[in-house]
Design a protein around this ligand. Sequence first.
Ligand SMILES: Nc1ncnc2c1ncn2[C@@H]1O[C@H](COP(=O)(O)OP(=O)(O)OP(=O)(O)O)[C@@H](O)[C@H]1O
Ligand SMILES: [Mg+2]
Length: 338
Amino acid sequence: MGIISKDIGLDLGTSNIRIHIKGKGIVLSEPTVVAINKITGEILAVGNQAKEMVGRTPDNIIAVKPLKDGVIADFDGTRMLIQTLISSVIPKSLFSKPRLVVSIPAGITDVEERAVQGVAYKAGAKDVFLMEEAMAAAIGAGIKVEQPEGSMIVDIGGGTSEMAVLSLGGIVVSNSIKVAGDRIDRDIIEYIKQNFNVIIGEGEAEDVKKQIGAATSAMTDEKMIIKGRNLTSGLPQTITITTEDIKNAMSDALYEILRVIKLTLEQTPPEIAADIMERGIVLSGGCSQIKNLDRFINEETGIPVFLAENPENCVLKGLGMALDSIEILKKTTLARKR
Ligand SMILES: Nc1ncnc2c1ncn2[C@@H]1O[C@H](COP(=O)(O)OP(=O)(O)OP(=O)(O)O)[C@@H](O)[C@H]1O
Ligand SMILES: [Mg+2]
């Protein structure tokens, strides 16, 4: 091994792809998007560049999310994305094959798991370790996963929400559902369609969720003016949306997440469940930042809830911490089946 480390942590998220290099920390975070020429199928750009390209270029260039609901939907697009971004952060001359640790959602099928490994090997990795996203999130959130006391992490991202109870470096119970940021955005679009007869874009839906969305209507009721298109006339229209609207629009998704949190607790052995009652639930992932979400889960479960620091980066930070300690890496990654 030279002075430049070749150990890479890769958080291949549905919304964002993030890269950590051992010894350097987080070196990259870009949207999980590829720009494709619709006619030739050629991949023209990835990440930020792909996102910027769309709308400013001819109609035949479209943006595609190569991951859907936490798993790879477009193999070539994902491989290009990983390859391009990894080579952008590692100088070419030093790009001998890196060791990769990649996060995956709990409960992905063997086929999906092999797709992740396949993409990573094809993108040039020498070795690929897989770690469950919830395990990585817990480590990154600062939970001492190797302790015997049980702890619980809930990572709410773009494609999936992961719930896991951990103890002694292992996952005791875990569940993963395809209800997270993307589904919430879709529900907001549907709600506005039904209640205002206006269609808005995914970007607008995401903006209102982040800016005025809240899980409970405690505190202020904010307003936001957004642009859409009237469904009847087809003409542009501006509407005023309130926190209450977004709370209602998000309600089904949030109760679904809550249901699986409760289910996970029910599946937990009583001694460990008692630890969690006392120590609380830790939230991570981009969507854990929805206002009052911690309060909502606390009120509905009666268990203390804490929001992790930099919740969006917990998974990547956890992967990085595992790379720093071969012992943690061995203990927390899944057995490789290559
Ligand atoms: N301040 C915020 N408030 C509410 N939601 C937010 C905020 N910031 C980001 N999000 C949402 O978080 C989601 C992205 O989270 P994250 O980056 O953790 O997902 P991911 O890791 O790419 O996805 P996954 O792990 O599900 O594959 C998006 O839906 C985004 O709209
Ligand atoms: Mg994630």
